[in-house]
Design a protein around this ligand. Structure first.
Ligand SMILES: [Zn+2]
Length: 209
């Protein structure tokens, strides 16, 4: 999320007002400006100052209108809407966009060991693992083609892959550390051929609660 820990340094605002800031830095400044009336006021002062300089016929390098300048122009065009309302609306838009960005991976609560056995028929007892743990899986390889390694995928019930790795067998077991904590739901743990098109060799069902 956008932090409010510090205002924009005056020197930075000055560079920004003069259009002498990198695009990357400008974006950061603008993100803050959208939400901070104090810094907007500061910027306005710099702008007024630059304007005065230009009127005094002092040679000021012409600058490309930055995105910030265009944003400010936009705010000014919103009259008679009170700027605070306009800003609030834009800020809400910014927050909505920020919230659409996927959150960083949830911190795992720990590691949980899960043995997945090959069962004949579909009467196998469902294996359950806790949500938000790293899963140290041990998959039963008995009866499937021997390979130096296998492709392992964890997919949701609707088939979306949420974790993929390559794993090397240890005897008739395939150890897999699924270090991406899973949300509650039904999953398939699939063992496939290591080479494309990764033909499915075996799948295990896994319930995460
Ligand atoms: Zn500020």
């Amino acid at each position: 999320m956008i932090t409010f820990e510090s205002h924009i340094e005056p020197e930075q605002l000055e560079l920004y007002a003069m259009g002498r800031m990198s695009e990357e830095q400008s974006v950061r400044v603008e993100e803050h400006l959208l939400l901070c009336a104090d810094c907007q006021d500061q910027l306005q002062e710099f702008d007024d100052f630059l304007q005065a300089l230009r009127h005094a016929a002092v040679k000021v390098p012409t600058v490309q209108p930055s995105l910030g300048a265009r944003i400010r122009e936009f705010f000014h065009s919103l009259v008679p809407v009170r700027p605070t309302y306009a800003l609030g609306a834009v800020a809400a838009g910014v927050l909505a966009i920020v919230m659409l960005v996927p959150r960083p991976e949830q911190q795992a609560l720990g590691t949980y060991a899960v043995n997945l056995e090959s069962t004949r028929g579909d009467n196998g007892i469902g294996v359950t693992a806790p949500a938000n743990y790293r899963l140290q899986l041990s998959l039963d390889l008995r009866g499937i083609a021997e390979r130096e390694n296998y492709s392992v995928t964890i997919a949701t019930a609707s088939g979306d892959s949420v974790f993929t790795t390559r794993a090397t067998p240890a005897g008739a077991r395939l150890p897999v550390l699924a270090d991406r904590p899973l949300r509650p739901g039904e999953y398939w743990v699939r063992v496939s051929e290591p080479a494309a098109p990764h033909a499915l060799l075996r799948e295990f069902s896994l319930t995460v609660k």
